[in-house]
Design a protein around this ligand. Structure first.
Ligand code: NDP
Ligand code: 2IT
Length: 445
């Protein structure tokens, strides 16, 4: 397959969609051997059928502010690929949201979901709505208006949205309430639901827990573990919160958190009181981590800086795409960082990944590392279908098993001659093979 030709065709059809093109290129660059060994994929044009979403929905979302002003946002849902199960993936509410970002996220989701071993296809959605500074009622009215359009396109066996940036338990509640009213049914149409109405234990923590479980598997290949390791986290949202708890449980020390305004350095490590304060800060709808340094004098705030300048053993980017660049990667490696595990989706730029590759440090890409979130969404769907709730330990054990399994798949397809594991290659090939074979078996549809 001529990657450059495929990419230039795609670019012509979707000009300026940088994140989407970046995500597609990264996958295609790792598939060369598999495509050569499996000519049936090329003869049925699997790659070109896979990189184009099944359908893209955009719609207007009008809503009324507390002051009676009428606002209009754009709503989206990308149904990317359903070869192995219903479309599945989160909703992102953030002012930066556009088609390119949602298409990159939807594309990545196909492979991630395939890796979980559960029957879920790939999708993503959201809006350019900015939840920052909005009242609870405003959030509710926005979610209701969004669902008024979306509900006909989704369903427990069709397309099952969940949370992502700016969408957590509160938003899922408002979205679910409106869906239920319109569809007149209680089903597992969304995941990340409240525990009293179909949610699963561990789902809020799952992405962060899974990220740490995956990093633990990477370290284990060198008989190493988290005990005494210093960890730089970015973001201070849902994923960072779950990861911080698990790192502490395993004896590691989280020394940074970040926001768009900069990062805080906590030399003695994030403690439980600080983790609770993270939640408070999030709930206050503030855009910044600076208040952390007022509340805890030992935490030093570094304005406008990335946490990657801190000297750490492990780095976990948990905020957003392209938040860790080539220079950050060089700084991390020069400071002795041995493991990078992506809690966020595509947080490292291609140049940064090259630096990690050259230096043969552990680099776990988001689609493998953060798959614990959607995997636990899959477990929520299973519980909804059975109309049963599993206990905390049962869900956690299943999550751990799934993360070990994803690591094994990466190891199987990504181990190089010198024993180094190329997790990007491993994850892409394992995910691709599952989806591509399903597409072949189901014909041209
Ligand atoms: P949250 O909204 O809970 O937190 C996001 C964090 O990232 C916040 O600290 C936010 O800061 C920061 N952030 C968001 N956008 C930007 C930006 N443009 N520039 C700088 N910082 C930014 O989201 P999650 O924790 O759920 O998601 C974080 C990442 O993890 C995303 O990449 C998401 O796609 C990924 N992910 C999430 C999963 C989940 O289950 N929730 C599952 C798998 C991956 P602020 O709000 O102050 O802007
Ligand atoms: O990026 C992701 O995997 C998510 N935001 C979670 C998706 C889900 O359906 O739980």
């Amino acid at each position: 397959m001529d990657i450059e030709k495929v990419m230039s065709n795609l670019e012509q059809k979707h000009p300026g969609e940088g994140e989407y093109l970046q995500a597609v290129r990264e996958v295609l660059e790792t598939l060369e051997d598999v495509l050569n060994e499996n000519p049936q994929f090329e003869s049925k044009n699997i790659v070109e059928r896979l990189i184009e979403p099944d359908r893209v929905l955009t719609f207007k979302v009008p809503w009324v502010t507390d002051n009676g002003k009428v606002e209009v946002n754009i709503g989206y849902r990308i149904q990317f690929n359903n070869a192995i199960g219903p479309y599945k993936g989160g909703l992102r509410f953030h002012p930066s949201v556009n088609l390119s970002i949602l298409k990159f996220l939807g594309f990545e989701q196909i492979f991630k979901n395939a890796l979980t071993t559960l029957p879920m296809g790939g999708g993503k959605g959201g809006s350019d709505f900015n939840p920052k500074g909005k009242s609870d009622d405003e959030i509710m009215r926005f979610c209701q208006s969004y669902m008024l359009e979306l509900w006909k396109m989704i369903g427990p066996e069709t397309d099952v949205p969940a949370g992502d940036i700016g969408v957590g338990g509160r938003e899922i509640g408002y979205l679910y309430g409106m869906y239920k009213k319109l569809a007149r049914e209680n089903t597992g149409v969304l995941t990340g639901k409240g525990l009293n109405w179909g949610g699963s234990l561990i789902r809020p923590e799952a992405t962060g827990f899974g990220t740490v479980y995956f990093a633990q598997e990477m370290l284990r290949t060198r008989d190493d573990n988290f005990e005494g390791k210093t960890v730089a986290l970015s973001g201070f949202g849902n994923v960072a919160w779950g990861a911080a708890q698990k790192i502490n449980q395993l004896g590691g020390k989280v020394v940074t958190l970040s926001g768009p305004d900069g990062y805080v350095h906590i030399p003695d490590g994030l403690n439980d009181e600080m983790i609770d304060y993270m939640l408070e800060l999030r709930a206050s709808n503030q855009d910044i981590v600076k208040p952390f340094s007022y509340e805890f004098p030992d935490a030093q705030f570094h304005e406008g800086k990335h946490p990657w300048e801190a000297k750490v053993d492990v780095a976990m980017p948990c905020a957003t795409q392209n938040e860790l660049n080539e220079k950050d990667a060089e700084t991390l490696v020069n400071n002795g960082c041995i493991c990078i595990a992506e809690g966020a989706n595509m947080p490292s730029t291609p140049e940064a990944i090259e630096v990690f590759d050259e230096n043969k440090v552990f680099f776990g890409p988001g689609k493998a590392v953060n798959a614990g979130g959607v995997a636990t969404s899959g477990l929520e769907m299973t519980q909804n279908s059975m109309k049963l709730n599993w206990g905390r330990d049962e869900v956690d054990e299943r999550l751990q098993k799934i993360m070990r399994d994803i690591h094994n798949q990466c190891q199987k397809y990504g181990t190089e001659e010198d024993g180094h594991i190329d997790y990007v290659k491993g994850a892409n090939i394992a995910g691709f093979l599952k989806v591509a074979n399903a597409m072949l078996e189901q014909g041209v549809v």
